[in-house]
Structures are given as structure tokens and as C-alpha cells.
Design a protein around this ligand. Structure first.
Ligand code: XMP
Length: 514
């Protein structure tokens, strides 16, 4: 595929993936590489632009991440962000010092609109700052193009050499015109065409897969989640019935979910493929009997998953290719720019199935961010309810049930969760919530129902908003929705006599309850 490439050189900043995502939102393809990547390698990739990320170090210390100054002499435009900006100034002869006070938060920045970077940006614009060191003196050949009350050099540039330094973080949404600035860089300065689009990606990928697979046999582990579903459909478009998808139903899916997957991918569905559903519920329940410790439950479910999958694969015999729904954050987080050994954690599998006989792995989504996977899914015509499915843990309801997992508890939590999801949809508030679900606390308490005393379970409801799943905030759900859900759960789901709403944020809680 011949397309413009922008490279993000990662200096350890927490927002490195965001930088790449924002660039891709400008329809420019972008990849992340470690700052340890050799100059020769970078040259060979022939990028249209290079972005240096932030990072936690001080560039003037001898053991801090650095780069050869030759990088700035390639004639390729370079944009340094935060640490990257300081490093650029430092390496080119400027001065970077520790400030008396750390500048942190949303700051008013005054920009020089004659800079190509700040075209159509407001003269006074809100930007996100987070730095201790500051650029005390710019490098020769540069001019200052932005400042704030506390920061004399919020941006500097050497237009002739196409070198740009920004002290703040245009990639985070708190920087109100950040995407515009990044777009100005990749379009105005780097001259990218902005033609990275999902429709052409899907088309080219399908063609490339078809050529690669030839008449080969392909095996895919399908979980029904977004990534493996999109990967499976892409393969089915490319090679049709040469593809076999194995879907292991461990009995810990949301209500009716196993059937929904079967409707879409089964023989009556719209896709050309061989679909095998393994109903392994009983196996999982018997392995989980008596187990209460959350990590142990995760492990058992993961291992049993592999075992069931391998048994099915053995029946199929040797295949040529094994499909994995690895996506770009998996690749970046596993620290491997090259060959990935990761298997999706949502399969909760600690590695590749060892006893599956295949020659090569196909990872059609390994360059895509989650939102791009969803776009690709829509391009492929996958139903929206599947494409926009909420994140769901690999061990499924197994970890939404605190304590021992039993078929009865699964039934309770499935029914409660279905009611909760239905009422949220009815209230029209689903789009404003990142993730929401019901969990079963292992607590039972005394209640009254009719004329009788009960001794039944408490269901906990959770609803959170999160940008990156590292932190999360509980959502202020409307009382009337909570009341309605509570009364329906109590009335319709047996053995529940209390409903609680979890308002804990993450940290200190996690998103899941176990
Ligand atoms: P926590 O509760 O850890 O969840 O804050 C963060 C996100 O990850 C999902 N999650 C899991 N996904 N295997 C998975 O594949 C797991 O064991 C697992 N635990 C949590 C969770 O649903 C949330 O979206």
C-alpha cells in the first residue's frame, strides 16, 4: 500500500497513542515507534513527517532518552511535543531549564497566527500544559510563535528547516484547537494528501488477504466481540468458505448473546464461512464449581477456553492460517513494533493455542485503533449493534459474579443486566455512557416480599465513563431510570431483593466489580 506515513517517535509520554490517533483522524496514516529506532530505519520508511512525543524525563540529563541530531537534517518536517519540543531545542543549541513552578492544566496560550501551525487558530487559545522543565532559550534559527503567562516559549519554529516545537499537548482534548494544529502540521507543513480512509483500507486488505491465502485453509477464534467479528467478516469476504470460525460459548456471555453471534455468523447469516459453535457451558461450570478467588476464576476460564478451542481445531485438522483480532493498541502495548505474539486479552488466552496446527498468523486489524476497527466493521456491513458493542471482559460474567460462579447466579445476573440495558436504551441515554452492566454481589440479606421474608441477593449496577479504561468516573444516572430498573429487577428476576448503584470511580475501584 502506497500512502503517506507520519511517524510518532515515542519518548515515553502517556499520550503517545493519542498523538497517532489524532493524526489518523486527519485521514493521515500514522505509526508509533520507539525513540530507539535507528535513523536508517526511519529514513527507509520515507515518512512525510515525524512527531516527537512528550516524556517524563529531563532532556539535559545524561541518561534521558535522546536522538541523533541528524534527525533534524533529513529535510523531513519534525514536530516536537513537550519533551520532544525541549529535546529538539536542546539538541539544536537552545537551553532547557527546570522551572520554579510546574505549569499544569488548561492554560491560556497566545499564538502567532502567521505560523503555518496556527493557521485559523484563535489568537488566545486554551491548551493543556504539563511540564516542569521549560525552554529558556530557543535554538539558533528559531522564532517564538506562542507563549503563556508562565511560559515564555509555548511554541517555536524554524520554518525554513520545517522544524516545530510545541510545549503543550495538542493531542489531548483539553487543548481546544489541538487537532487543528496537528492537522495544520500534517497537511500544511508535511503536505500529506489526507487520503487514509477506511473504505480503501478494507478494500485493499480484502484483496491482499485473498492473494496471500490463495487456496489455503483459515481458522479463526470468534468471540463475538468487535475485533474478532470484524476480522472474521473481513476474512470471509476475502476467502469465503475456506474460513472456519470456532465460537466457544462458555456460558458466561450476556443474555442471548451466544444465540446472537450464531444468528450473524451461522449458516442462515449473511456471511460465507464455516461456523462452529461449541456449547461448552457445562465444562466451564464444573471447572468453576467451588472457586471463589477472582484471579483463579480468570485463569480457569482462560485455560479451559484454550483447551476447548484446541479440541475443536484438532477435529478440523491442519490449517494454513490462523486469524487473530489483534489491534494496534495491543501491538504498541506489548512493546513490539514487529512480530506480535499477543493474542487478544479479551479471549483471555495467555498465548497462542499450542496444539493448533497452522503455518502463519493473519492479523488484519493490527494497524487499526478501536474506532477505526468499528469504522471498518461498518464498511464491511456488520450490524451496528455488533460494531458498537460495549467492552466485555474475556472471562465474561464469571468476573461479574463475586464469589463462586453457578448456573443460577449466571441466570440472575444475565436477567438483571438485560433489564438494565433495556431501560438505558429506552431512556435514550446509552450513547452518553461508556460502559454499564449489572453484577452480582455475593451478599444476601433479609427482605420482605408480599407477606414473606426473603433472604436473597443484592445486584449492583455500574455505569462509567472512561476515555482510556485506565481511569473511570461513575455516571450520574437519572433517578427515574434507577428506580425503574430497580423495580423491574426485583419484580422480574428471582432471588434478588436489593439493587445497589456503585458510584466508585477508578481508581480506587476498577470498572468491573470483582
Ligand atoms: P477494570 O475493571 O480492570 O476494567 O478497570 C477495564 C476494562 O477491561 C475489561 N476487563 C477485562 N477484559 N479480560 C478482558 O479481556 C479481563 O480479565 C478483564 N477485566 C476487565 C473491563 O470490561 C473494562 O472494559
Amino acid at each position: 500500500m502506497n500512502r503517506d506515513l507520519v511517524i510518532v517517535l515515542d519518548f515515553g509520554g502517556q499520550y503517545n497513542q493519542l498523538v497517532a490517533r489524532r493524526v489518523r483522524e486527519c485521514n493521515v496514516y500514522c505509526e508509533i515507534y520507539s525513540y530507539k529506532t535507528a535513523l536508517e530505519e526511519i529514513k527507509a520508511m520515507n515518512p512525510k513527517g515525524i512527531i516527537l512525543t512528550g516524556g517524563p524525563n529531563s532532556c539535559y540529563e545524561s541518561d534521558s532518552p535522546t536522538y541523533t541530531v541528524e534527525l533534524f537534517k533529513l529535510g523531513i518536517p519534525v514536530l516536537g511535543l513537550c519533551y520532544g519540543a525541549q529535546l529538539m531545542q536542546f539538541l539544536l543549541g537552545g537551553e532547557v531549564k527546570r522551572a520554579d513552578v510546574r505549569e499544569y492544566g488548561k492554560i491560556e496560550v497566545f499564538v502567532d497566527r502567521s505560523s503555518r501551525l496556527f493557521e485559523n487558530v484563535l489568537e488566545k487559545t486554551i491548551c493543556w500544559m504539563s511540564h516542569n522543565d521549560y525552554i529558556a532559550k530557543i535554538a539558533p534559527g528559531f522564532r517564538i510563535t506562542a507563549h503563556s503567562a508562565d511560559c515564555p516559549v509555548a511554541a517555536a519554529e524554524n520554518e525554513a528547516e520545517k522544524l516545530y516545537a510545541i510545549q503543550f499537548h495538542p493531542e489531548v482534548l483539553h487543548t481546544q484547537e489541538g487537532t487543528k494544529m496537528l492537522k495544520n502540521f500534517v497537511m500544511n507543513v508535511c503536505g500529506c494528501a489526507g487520503d487514509w480512509r477506511m473504505d480503501s483500507f478494507v478494500e485493499e486488505s480484502v484483496k491482499a488477504i485473498r492473494e496471500k491465502v490463495g487456496k489455503g485453509k483459515v481458522l479463526c477464534a470468534l468471540s463475538g466481540g468487535v475485533d474478532s467479528s470484524v476480522a472474521a467478516v473481513m476474512l470471509s469476504k476475502a476467502v469465503g468458505e475456506q474460513l472456519t470460525c470456532v465460537f466457544v460459548d462458555h456460558g458466561l456471555l450476556r443474555k442471548d448473546e451466544g444465540d446472537e453471534v450464531a444468528v450473524v455468523f451461522g449458516p442462515d447469516g449473511p456471511y460465507d464461512l464455516n461456523f462452529i459453535r461449541v456449547n461448552a457451558q457445562d465444562r466451564f461450570f464444573s471447572k468453576l464449581a467451588g472457586v471463589t478467588e477472582p484471579e483463579k476464576k480468570r485463569k480457569i476460564i482462560g485455560e479451559e477456553f484454550i483447551r476447548v478451542f484446541e479440541e475443536e481445531a484438532k477435529k478440523i485438522g491442519a490449517v494454513d492460517f490462523f486469524v487473530q483480532g489483534t489491534i494496534y493498541p495491543d501491538v504498541v502495548e506489548s512493546g513490539k513494533g514487529g512480530e506480535s505474539e499477543t493474542i487478544k486479552s479479551h479471549h483471555n488466552v495467555g498465548g497462542l493455542p499450542k496444539h493448533v496446527d497452522f503455518k502463519e498468523i493473519i492479523e488484519p486489524l493490527r494497524n487499526l485503533f478501536k474506532d477505526e476497527v468499528r469504522k471498518a466493521g461498518l464498511e464491511l456491513g456488520i450490524p451496528e449493534n455488533l460494531v458498537f458493542r460495549q467492552p466485555f471482559p474475556g472471562p465474561g460474567l464469571g468476573i461479574r459474579i463475586i464469589g463462586e460462579v453457578t448456573p443460577e447466579k449466571v441466570r440472575i445476573v444475565q436477567d438483571a443486566d438485560a433489564i438494565y440495558r433495556e431501560e438505558i436504551a429506552k431512556a435514550g441515554i446509552a450513547d452518553g455512557i461508556g460502559q454499564y452492566f449489572a453484577a452480582l454481589t455475593n451478599m444476601r440479606s433479609v427482605g420482605v416480599m408480599g407477606d414473606e421474608r426473603t433472604y436473597d441477593y443484592a445486584i449492583a449496577l455500574r455505569a462509567v465513563n472512561t476515555i482510556d479504561f485506565m481511569t473511570a468516573e461513575a455516571v450520574d444516572l437519572p433517578w427515574e431510570v434507577l428506580h425503574k430498573v430497580t423495580s423491574r429487577i426485583i419484580n422480574e428476576v428471582g432471588h434478588v431483593n436489593r439493587v445497589l448503584y456503585d458510584v466508585t470511580s477508578k481508581p480506587p475501584g476498577t470498572i468491573e466489580l470483582e
